[in-house]
Design a protein around this ligand. Structure first.
Ligand SMILES: CC(C)(COP(=O)(O)OP(=O)(O)OC[C@H]1O[C@@H](n2cnc3c(N)ncnc32)[C@H](O)[C@@H]1OP(=O)(O)O)[C@@H](O)C(=O)NCCC(=O)NCCS
Length: 154
């Protein structure tokens, strides 16, 4: 599996195969995991205007047939590298309070509770001009990024 930033000339191809629900967000960027020339997963980085004021990884998704093979882990490693390259020293995210699979992933990758109140998201949100009804509670997590070796949590 190769993970790299989504290039403009790959956009239509990937968009037809994976749910790039944050596509077009200002100040954002996707990285995509490729296996045998097919896109099998993605993660979006919001560089600005995030809840915690540090870069936030969003819309981490791996196609069902390819889960539990370390692809999300690889996606997040590349995101962390991109953040470090820009001089960032922390990465944040939010996870649904009932999303135990994702919570296990974040725990394993060293994300810890950011210390802010979980946020109830209730009502209609707009993703790529489409309305979605949501009722979820998001927990915010953060990971300090050391220059190379992992550092102890906050
Ligand atoms: C969550 C998700 C991104 C994980 O992708 P993945 O490529 O399967 O994750 P990885 O293979 O890198 O998992 C690494 C570790 O995370 C944990 N983990 C991942 N999926 C898990 C699951 N379903 N149940 C329990 N633990 C899980 C495990 O510790 C796993 O290591 P292991 O397989 O050696 O036990 C994927 O299930 C997905 O796309 N889900 C739908 C979208 C979503 O919920 N995104 C996260 C939003 S915050």
């Amino acid at each position: 599996v190769i993970v790299r930033p989504l290039a403009d000339d790959e956009l239509a191809f990937v968009d037809a195969r994976l749910p790039l629900s944050r596509l077009g967000n200002e100040g954002g960027q996707y990285v995509v995991a490729w296996l045998d020339r097919q896109p099998v997963g993605h993660a979006h980085i919001a560089w600005r205007q995030t809840r915690l004021g540090v870069p936030e990884v969003q819309d981490v998704f791996v196609a069902e047939a390819h889960r539990r093979r370390g692809i999300a882990t690889q996606l997040v490693e590349v995101v962390e590298t991109l953040v470090r390259e820009r001089g960032g020293d922390a990465l944040s995210l939010s996870v649904g309070i009932g999303n135990y699979a994702a919570q296990a992933l974040w725990d394993r990758l060293g994300f810890v509770d950011a210390g802010i109140e979980p946020e109830r998201i209730l009502g209609t949100i707009t993703l790529r001009d489409e309305p979605f009804e949501v009722d979820d509670t998001l927990v915010y997590l953060v990971k300090r990024l050391g220059p190379s070796a992992p550092e102890p949590p906050l």
